[in-house]
Design a protein around this ligand. Structure first.
Ligand code: 6PG
Length: 238
């Protein structure tokens, strides 16, 4: 399956379609393999999607393992922390009795190289990986930065050539200018599904990427072997 672009005409439709795609992926994964591994994007765009997802009545949270696509190297309660945003928008809003089977925050307060190494080892154990193997996450949600970065893979970054599972990057060239932890391109490429979520301001850049005009951008390098990715980009107001 080649890349797909869907452009819902309103924020409400954007959120509804994102939630529908996540729920469908979850049900398919649980039916086929008994569990659902979901990596969440940081940034601001996904927040309303997570809030709506938390309210869904029959989401299989007890079978869902929640990962993070990337993290800023700041304390967990720092306003810049992606995990703090995910806690506030999703985990703390879940219905009574709903809780994920496991959650895998990235430790932004540990030394980045050590945090990347220990999380890589823990994920390799969890997915029972052999040397050189990568976790096949069922669904990875990604955002798109104005410079074409995704997760914390920035243009020209040494992280783009990492063959690990989680790697760390120097201070980002964009706000917040802090070191980052991120899933690597091989992990993004091994995913069963990748769903990009982007706001209306990013539509011209998305079209440029999908036209093949920007191969140098990290977001253009995400080509899952299983097909896709799917881009869900809210259309600008008419
Ligand atoms: C981060 C994100 C990053 C984000 C994009 C888009 O840590 O900031 O993981 O990759 O998804 O920068 O951010 P917005 O959704 O805020 O536009």
């Amino acid at each position: 399956m080649t890349a797909e672009l869907h452009t819902p005409g309103s924020r409400e439709a954007f959120v509804a379609q994102a939630v529908e795609r996540i729920e469908t992926a979850a049900r398919q994964a649980v039916a086929e393999r008994g569990s659902f591994s979901l990596a969440l994007s940081g940034g601001s765009t996904p927040r309303p999607v997570y809030e709506a997802l938390a309210a869904r009545a029959r989401f299989p949270w007890a079978r869902t393992n929640v990962f993070l696509g990337d993290e800023r190297c700041v304390p967990a309660d720092d306003p810049r922390s992606n995990w703090r945003m995910i806690r506030e928008a999703l985990l703390e809003r879940l219905r009574p009795g709903d809780r994920p089977a496991s959650v895998w925050p990235m430790d932004g307060s540990e030394a980045p190289a050590q945090a990347a190494e220990s999380l890589s080892r823990a994920m390799a154990r969890f997915f029972a990986l052999g040397p050189g193997q990568y976790p096949e996450l069922d669904l990875i949600l990604l955002g798109l930065g104005p410079d074409g970065h995704t997760a914390s893979l920035f243009p020209g970054s040494p992280a783009l050539v990492s063959m690990g599972i989680v790697t760390h990057t120097p201070p980002a060239p964009l706000d917040p200018p802090v070191e980052r932890l991120t899933l690597t391109l091989p992990v993004l490429g091994a995913a069963r599904q990748v769903l990009f979520l982007a706001g209306p301001d990013k539509l011209p850049l998305v079209r440029d990427i999908l036209a093949g005009n920007r191969p140098e951008l990290p977001a253009a390098m995400v080509r899952p072997a299983a097909g896709g990715p799917v881009w869900l980009v809210q259309a600008p107001a008419a």
